[in-house]
Design a protein around this ligand. Structure first.
Ligand code: KG4
Ligand code: ZN
Length: 330
């Protein structure tokens, strides 16, 4: 069978990324231009500034991705771009650029879901991984427990009812003065602490999640006792949110009788969460997570998800639009 080269384009938040991926699994290039330094001083992503920087970066990032892959525009078989969910202005830059390329080069276009991209990060890191499996997507914007029935068939089992888990990590870090983005900083500091602070754990019915209670409890604790040990606070927060993630994931795995579990999204780079999930292997589960660069936002994962859409016959026309609240499987 002829190789299929997918050009992936990601611009849903503060990373402008373009990648070339062969047959959905082999990364030929994955250029990521992060705007973290630009947004750091604001303590979070400023949507308008993100869009403007995507516009400035996208052509150069694309050029670099083609160069590193050793190909030209003519060699591409399909263009996959993130069309949602995400910041509308940021998404529009990638979608418009991809539409322009598709029209000018006369190449197929595949609008791709960002969350499905996070799941596909696992296909790149683990060549043997195939559906069906359970996937826990934990990122700055999303917390979803999903049954991956097939490459293009998803059943959402649970989701957060309030904050995404990454949002909670970032807020806790900001309040205790660790800076932005907070997840990696909480991860590092927690290693020096003990989980000895009792925090409220919110148990939702079914397989849903809630993280706003624990986040607020930490904020209040820190305001009431500014001298509280920050490392212990981070360790306690990490332990409690991980317990909740594990509880729901195991419940779903038992209900569906599935032994393969994948983690995805920026928060799946967390070392404590990885370690606790890996412990499940002692109980007969097989645990997957992408290498760190494929956990946070990148275009290789979008190219992979776009490839599976493309080979299943799904393409988009030039009416493709950015959909900020696009649901998984849509
Ligand atoms: O997947 P991602 O790049 O963007 C979204 O699609 O939302 O995830 C970014 C999130 C941020 O909240 C960041 O703090 C978190 O992932 N993150 C981490 C770690 N690395 C990134 N959270 C906890 N521990 C980490 N090591
Ligand atoms: Zn993401």
């Amino acid at each position: 069978m002829k190789d299929i080269l997918t050009l992936g384009i990601e611009s849903s938040c503060d990373e402008t990324s373009v990648a070339v991926v062969k047959n959905g699994r082999e990364v030929l290039s994955n250029i990521i231009n992060s705007q973290i330094k630009i947004h750091e001083k604001f303590g979070g992503v400023v949507p308008e500034i993100a869009s403007r920087n995507h516009i400035e970066a996208i052509s150069d990032v694309t050029k670099k991705a083609l160069e590193e892959a050793g190909i030209t525009f003519n060699d591409i078989d399909n263009i996959a771009c993130t069309c949602g969910p995400g910041l509308v202005g940021a998404l529009l830059v990638g979608v418009s650029y991809a539409k322009g390329l598709s029209y000018a080069l006369n190449k197929p276009l595949t609008g791709t879901n960002h969350i499905e991209g996070h799941i596909a990060g696992n296909y790149i890191s683990h060549k043997e991984l195939k559906p069906p499996f359970l996937c826990l997507i934990i990122s700055g914007g999303h917390t979803h427990l999903v049954h991956i029935c097939d490459y293009d068939k998803f059943e959402i089992l649970g989701r957060t009812k309030d904050d995404a888990i990454g949002e909670a990590f970032d807020k806790v870090a900001r309040v205790i003065g660790l800076g932005y983005p907070g997840g990696p900083k909480v991860d590092k500091l927690a290693k020096e602490g003990e989980p000895n602070i009792t925090l409220p754990k919110t148990h939702m019915s079914g397989l849903d999640f809630s993280f706003s209670g624990i986040k607020t409890a930490i904020i209040n604790l820190h305001h009431k006792s500014p001298d509280i040990n920050k490392a212990d606070l981070c360790a306690s927060f990490e332990k409690d949110v991980t317990d909740i993630l594990l509880e729901n994931t195991i419940k779903a795995a038992e209900e569906l009788d599935i032994k393969t579990i994948a983690l995805a999204g920026g928060v799946s780079a967390n070392s404590y969460i990885r370690k606790q999930f890996l412990n499940l292997e002692k109980e007969g589960y097989k645990i997957y997570y992408p290498e760190p660069i494929l956990c946070t936002d990148n275009a290789a994962m979008i190219a992979s998800a776009g490839y599976y859409r493309f080979i299943s016959g799904v393409t988009s026309d030039l009416t493709l639009n950015a959909v900020p609240n696009l649901k998984i499987g849509e």
